[in-house]
Design a protein around this ligand. Structure first.
Ligand code: NAX
Ligand code: ADP
Ligand code: K
Length: 493
């Protein structure tokens, strides 16, 4: 796992590192500046004209140091300072004095260059960007230059990812120590271009000072998946029950079940409407199929399936209505690890009685529309506060939540995560059904419930990224994501 921090928390990390650990501020700053300079040197030829645009806080101080390092390496650099130097931070004044001594060329106006280094505001941005700052940021965005942002694009709130009036559109952002919330959540994430996290020497101990930590999964977290021993059989890898599909929808069950198999599930049983039996058996002969008749619904057959399974996923394509609500009620009575998606969530949203039956082995996987119905809060409000509402589900109902969006936010009893894998090719019908199958299968193969909640969206996104090896974002379909799961695991184990 890696940390993702708010700007406010990053200041605590800075301060703990400087004041308690004792690493001097200027040492951190030199490492920060060196990390940016190294990336610029790797990508830019020496004949390029580089303009460093610096504010007068410590983000600007980083910029002045970067300007000096590049100048000493023989780059054609100039420095443009925005703001009142009499109000500058101590570090800025120190860096400026060094820059003067070395003979850095300081210009009085913004002038276009091949490369812009944006060090106007970092995590200290505290209000809307206006006046001359706004004018310069608009000029930077108009130019055809390559833009590096230092720590975060100036104008993006490091705490939320919101744009404070206007923000620099960078090609590359070098952020220090860890991702900032503003570099991972949209719209801020879109302004960053490529994000590089530079290690500048903050000790992990400093991150432990943060009260509400946010993290992201990394490849190391595949270690949550137990090994697949030689001495095992299909029963070792979980019995997964998938309650999906209805008279007019059969594909959801197939996608969900196939994804579960591809993540390693041993046995998958689909419980669906009678009309789907043949098509599911034809498309996925590996799955067992039990069916119900909507006109003569027999709860006993569902109970038999629930007694059989270790994990249940309910919802994709089931529709809404009395039968569906009764099925969900029955599923919840069994207290199994339970994944609830799509219409599973929609039915619960319509029924307070079902909400009361949610238990701590439940994870819901809503997209924004489903979340909006579930919490009865407008989509726009949820979209701009993903973490807040993800946490609210957890506090209110004591269940895990995978809130799906271009950046999926995951909340478990203890922790909050933002998933960083995946791409916009995955915004395609059935993509969520694949995720549901992945969550259920991970639990089935023995990944602890909270870990499965976090790992599933990560695997789903990596599979979408793998799918891009043979299909474009434009053409990607949910079946390609399943293909991506195969490629992913082939490369791993
Ligand atoms: N020793 C340290 O503390 C380190 C700090 N670092 C850098 O320092 C940055 C944080 O520095 P600061 O805390 O000084 O904050 P910033 O430099 O990000 O911003 C603060 C400055 O901007 C002004 N400001 C804020 N919002 C404004 C607005 N909307 N319009 C006009 N002016 C505005 C403030 O008055 C202040 O002068 C980090 O992002 C990082 O780049 C890194 O060098 C790592 C080490
Ligand atoms: N722009 C995007 N970038 C990355 N992932 C995305 C993007 N758009 C959608 N996704 C992912 O695709 C999935 C879509 O799920 P969902 O909306 O439930 O689809 P469906 O209901 O058609 O199965 C979610 O996991 C979501 O996080
Ligand atoms: K910046």
């Amino acid at each position: 796992m890696k940390n993702i921090v708010t700007g406010t928390d990053m200041k605590k990390v800075d301060s703990y590192t400087i004041n308690t650990i004792g690493i001097p501020s200027l040492v951190l700053m030199e490492r920060a500046a060196l990390s940016v300079a190294e990336i610029v040197c790797k990508n830019q030829l020496k004949d390029k004209k580089i303009l460093v645009v610096a504010g007068v806080g410590n983000n600007g101080a980083d910029g002045v140091a970067i300007c000096r390092i590049l100048h000493l390496k023989g780059y054609n650099t100039e420095l443009y300072i925005l703001g009142d130097i009499s109000k500058a931070s101590t570090e800025f004044k120190q860096q400026l004095s060094i820059a003067h001594n070395i003979g850095i060329n300081i210009v009085g106006d913004y002038n276009d260059a091949d490369v812009i280094i944006d060090s106007i505001f970092g995590v200290g941005l505290s209000r809307n960007v206006e006046g001359v700052y706004k004018d310069v940021i608009l000029k930077i965005n108009k130019g055809r230059n390559f833009v590096y942002s230092v720590d975060i694009p100036s104008g993006v709130s490091a705490d939320t990812g919101k744009i404070c009036g206007v923000a620099v559109k960078a090609n590359c952002t070098v952020t220090f120590g860890s991702y900032k919330i503003g570099t991972v959540l949209y719209p801020g994430a879109e302004y960053c271009g490529q994000v590089v996290v530079a290690d500048i020497g903050f000790p992990q101990e400093a991150y432990e000072q943060i009260e509400e930590q946010v993290k992201t999964a990394t490849l190391e977290d595949f270690n949550f998946i137990p090994p697949r021993p030689n001495y095992s059989n299909k029963g070792t890898y979980g019995k997964i029950l998938i309650i999906a599909g209805s008279k007019d929808i059969s594909g959801a069950a197939v996608l969900c079940a196939e994804a579960a198999f591809r993540v390693g599930a041993g046995l998958v049983r689909v419980f669906t409407a009678e009309q789907n039996r043949q098509i599911i058996q034809r498309l996925l002969p590996e799955a067992m199929v039990n069916t119900y008749d909507v006109h003569h619904f027999n709860m006993k057959s569902l109970e038999a399936c629930l007694k059989w399974c270790d994990v249940v996923a309910i919802g994709p394509g089931i529709g809404t209505g009395v039968i569906q609500k009764n099925m969900i009620e029955k599923v919840l009575e069994y207290n199994l690890p339970t994944v609830i998606d799509a219409d599973g969530i929609n039915n619960i949203s319509e029924d307070e009685r079902l909400k009361k039956k949610l238990h701590k082995n439940v994870v819901i996987t809503p997209h924004l529309g489903e979340m909006s119905r579930f919490l009865n809060i407008p989509v726009e409000e949820i979209a701009s506060n993903l973490i807040k509402y993800g946490r609210e589900v957890n506090y209110k109902y004591n269940i895990n939540c995978i809130l799906k969006d271009a950046r999926t936010v995951i909340t478990t009893e203890q922790e909050t995560f933002v998933n960083l894998s995946g791409n916009s090719g995955m915004a395609t019908a059935g993509s969520g059904d694949v995720l549901t199958g992945i969550v259920a299968a991970l639990i089935g193969i023995g990944v602890e419930f909270n870990n499965a909640t976090v790992l599933a969206p990560y695997i789903h996104g990596l599979a979408g990224d793998k799918a891009m090896e043979y299909v474009s974002k434009t053409s990607m379909m949910a079946t390609d994501i399943i293909e991506g799961i195969k490629i992913l695991f082939k490369g791993m184990r």
